[in-house]
Ligand binder design. Structure first.
Ligand code: ADP
Ligand code: MG
Length: 452
């Protein structure tokens, strides 16, 4: 028996000797011990009246018995049903916050798989590879800053992590900071919001100025508020003057980034700006082969050629198609993946690609499906008739489109990326247990795919 229940049974025995049978049945036996938190035993009472009566009549007796039988407990907290509900909500909220934070932290950690060794070099990325390598070998000395730009899924994040992993291994004394620009913005906003300004500012500066290598991923998402960019400008200058290495990625050349301040553009132009292109067929094939080797997949080689020919958009989709083939074949228990699964996998992918799907189109379909108004869906209403479709909509967008979370958040009245993460994870979790929800979501996604 667990110790709480065991100890509680002792308390019950005690109390049955100290109070009348009626009192015992009504107020004591109906209590439910939940847990010990910060030296307090938390108990649920079945009604508000029971709680009040108990406190009025027997609190002292109960407390002294509890103290006797529970080590390290010096008080009791009794929650009646409405408090109990709030108690569970609070726990849930705290758990969700932790989960969200974990997702964010993971995003801001170096991924050990993204190395120079696992990066396939071809015509499309040989210059970026050379520049990154040279920066990793001579941090702060060669190209500063190194600015890498290119479309989604072409390997910017991978090469950035490769620099970080290389430096970590070969210059272990160097302090490396890898963050997304969203994280930079968040940290800065937190520092502004904090009660104890000085401490918060110091923490922020310690984090960003006390590093040897600063890597900012997706600078295009840095808040366009001048104060954030100003802080970034100062961070940049401080590090730059100390010959600390700065590496930045973006989806565009700095000159084409509308929301970026001129003086930042000019700083970026002071180093090396290198683009990363779409891979050619040979590189695509080599990437697939490398992945198959790394993961030990069993797959017909003609499938790889087929995928490399068909998927020329970006490397993320290329990898996605390979994963799809592998999961289709393991689903039907085939030891080796063949063209049959490849054809099947491609059908899905082509359908999504053909359509030029946009957030707007997905929102339209979701509104139609649930018969709600667009303004409600993207607005702030909190009733569940709206919130659930809203979360499903966010989930569908993350499934169907390869867009930054912050962009998705913006389409929903300027929500931040953690709201999108929350919605997406909530729906994917619910789909595991709730069959009717899963059917709804699957229907909806099929509908979005076929709507055109
Ligand atoms: P981006 O940051 O440009 O959107 P990523 O760096 O996230 O793209 O790359 C998307 C996926 O493609 C990752 O899984 C990455 O490992 C893989 N990838 C990209 N370029 C290469 C490459 N040259 N060799 C091997 N894998 C690559
Ligand atoms: Mg990236």
């Amino acid at each position: 028996m667990n110790t709480i229940l065991h100890n509680w049974n002792e308390v019950l025995k005690d109390m049955s000797n100290q109070v009348t049978a009626v009192s015992y049945d009504l107020y004591i036996e109906t209590l439910e011990p939940i847990k010990v938190e910060k030296n307090k035993l938390i108990l649920f009472a079945s009604t508000l009246t029971n709680k009040n009566q108990l406190l009025k009549l027997h609190k002292d007796k109960l407390l002294s018995s509890v103290k006797e039988h529970f080590e390290n407990v010096d008080d009791i907290i009794i929650l009646e049903p409405s408090e109990r509900e709030k108690y569970f909500e609070d726990i849930k909220r705290a758990e969700e916050e932790i989960e969200t934070q974990q997702v964010l932290n993971d995003k801001n950690k170096l991924n050990e798989k993204y190395t120079f060794e696992s990066f396939v070099v071809g015509k499309s990325n040989q210059f970026v590879y050379a520049a990154a390598r040279s920066v990793a070998e001579n941090p702060g000395k060669k190209y500063n800053p190194l600015f890498i730009y290119g479309g989604v899924g072409l390997g910017k994040t991978h090469i950035l992590h490769a620099i970080g992993n290389y430096i970590r291994k070969n210059y272990p004394e160097m302090r490396i900071l890898y963050v997304t620009s969203e994280q930079f913005t968040n940290d800065y906003i937190q520092a502004l919001k904090a009660d104890k300004k000085e401490n918060a500012n110091k923490a922020f500066r310690d984090k960003y100025r006390e590093v040897d290598i600063l890597m900012i991923d997706d600078i295009q998402f840095i808040s366009n508020k001048t104060s954030t960019q100003e802080e970034f400008f100062h961070t940049f200058n401080d590090l730059y003057q100390l010959d600390k290495q700065i590496v930045i990625t973006s989806d565009k050349h700095p000159r084409n980034m509308e929301t970026l301040e001129e003086r930042l553009k000019s700083r970026f132009t002071g180093g090396l700006i290198q683009d990363i292109q779409k891979p050619d067929f040979e590189t695509r094939l080599a990437i697939l082969q490398k992945k198959v080797e790394a993961e030990n997949y069993n797959i017909d080689s003609e499938v790889l050629t087929f995928l490399a020919e068909k998927i020329d958009t970006n490397i993320r989709e290329l990898e996605g198609s390979l994963n799809k083939v592998i999961s289709l074949s393991s689903l039907i228990g085939k030891p080796k993946a063949t063209m049959v699964e490849a054809e099947e996998a491609l059908k899905d992918i082509e359908l999504t690609q053909k359509q030029n799907l946009t957030i707007e189109k997905i929102i339209d379909v979701v509104c139609k499906y649930f018969n709600i108004k667009r303004d409600d869906l993207i607005g702030k209403k909190k009733n569940k008739e709206i919130v659930i479709p809203r979360h499903i909509c966010m989930y569908a967008i993350t499934e169907l489109l390869d867009l930054p979370l912050i962009t998705i958040g913006k389409a929903f009245g300027g929500k931040d990326h953690s709201s999108v993460i929350h919605a997406r994870d909530k729906i994917s979790k619910l789909m595991l247990t709730n069959k009717s929800l899963r059917t709804d979501v699957e229907d909806l996604i099929a509908m979005i795919r076929s709507e055109n």
